[in-house]
Design a protein around this ligand. Structure first.
Ligand code: ZN
Length: 111
């Protein structure tokens, strides 16, 4: 009888990450690609939709300038409603729209 191993059918690697699940991952990023600590650092907000840091997204660079803030990262941490203070995840505007504009009784933050 064959042993039934629980390897990830897509990557072939065992899935030890519970960062996103099929249910809460709005953009179906492969969580195995985002296990590095730099993607879970509240000091460096990371859009889990497009896989970019706030500092790489023009939307937030411009907003920071318009609001006299030090950087796009400062802007996201202060103003972005989807920003998750625990892991630094958020969704930029296009990704939020693509995810179906999720909301909740106390707001919605990225998983
Ligand atoms: Zn994005």
């Amino acid at each position: 009888m064959m042993m039934n191993t629980k390897a990830n059918p897509i990557s072939g690697k065992p899935s030890n990450s519970k960062l996103y699940t099929q249910e809460n991952n709005p953009m179906s990023l492969n969580p195995d690609d985002y296990t590095d600590a730099k993607y879970h650092d509240p000091a460096h907000p990371f859009c889990i939709g497009c896989g970019k840091f706030a500092s790489e997204l023009e939307e937030f660079i411009d907003a920071a300038e318009a609001n006299d803030m030090l950087s796009a990262e400062h802007y996201v941490r202060a103003e972005e409603g989807t920003y998750n203070r625990e892991n630094g995840h958020f969704l930029c505007t296009p990704c939020y729209v693509k995810a179906g504009m999720p909301s909740g009784p106390r707001g919605w933050t990225a998983p």
